[in-house]
Write a protein that binds this ligand. Sequence first.
Ligand SMILES: Nc1ncnc2c1ncn2[C@@H]1O[C@H](COP(=O)(O)OP(=O)(O)OP(=O)(O)O)[C@@H](O)[C@H]1O
Ligand SMILES: [Mg+2]
Length: 175
Amino acid sequence: MPDHNRAPLRLETLDLPDEGTTRALGAGLAGMLTALPATSLGLRIYLHGELGAGKTTLVQGLIAALGYTGRVKSPTYTLVELYTLSRLNLYHFDFYRFRGESEWREAGFSEYFDSDGICLVEWPEKAGNTLPQADLDVTLEIDGDGRRATIAAHTLAGAQCFDSLTRSSSHEKRS
Ligand SMILES: Nc1ncnc2c1ncn2[C@@H]1O[C@H](COP(=O)(O)OP(=O)(O)OP(=O)(O)O)[C@@H](O)[C@H]1O
Ligand SMILES: [Mg+2]
């Protein structure tokens, strides 16, 4: 679990006025993943936010930008969907249905988090306190008809991603 008591290395809030901008943020994350050196692979991106906040939409934008043309399903029931795209193994998790640490342990997913894959996790908090520290936390909040995203980088790899994301970002920054 991310340690919210520790100050993140980077922090920024963006306005996402419509679904397209949530997808575009996902596409920006995809661009930064493909630019990562192989030594920085094994990245954990945790997506926070209430039901309907846009977490799956962001992942859809990310996976589509990596060239996947199929339908990106929400892994609400399967718990994980794997996508192998270019040189990346992406694991899209949704732990909404977990009821704490024991279910997380029984599911046997920890090896994915120690691999050189990219773990995108919806509802990480449902796994209790067992998940490793996130490299990037993205928190989506409903804001009128749109959304607001807060991106926090906690590790050097996360900060590297964050920097390439915000450099290329055409999103409106909040003052
Ligand atoms: N920036 C935005 N502005 C307005 N609507 C948006 C925005 N981003 C996503 N949406 C819409 O929000 C709805 C819910 O999105 P999504 O399924 O991605 O949420 P979620 O966070 O994955 O929810 P859950 O916790 O149930 O998995 C979709 O209809 C999507 O089009
Ligand atoms: Mg979802």
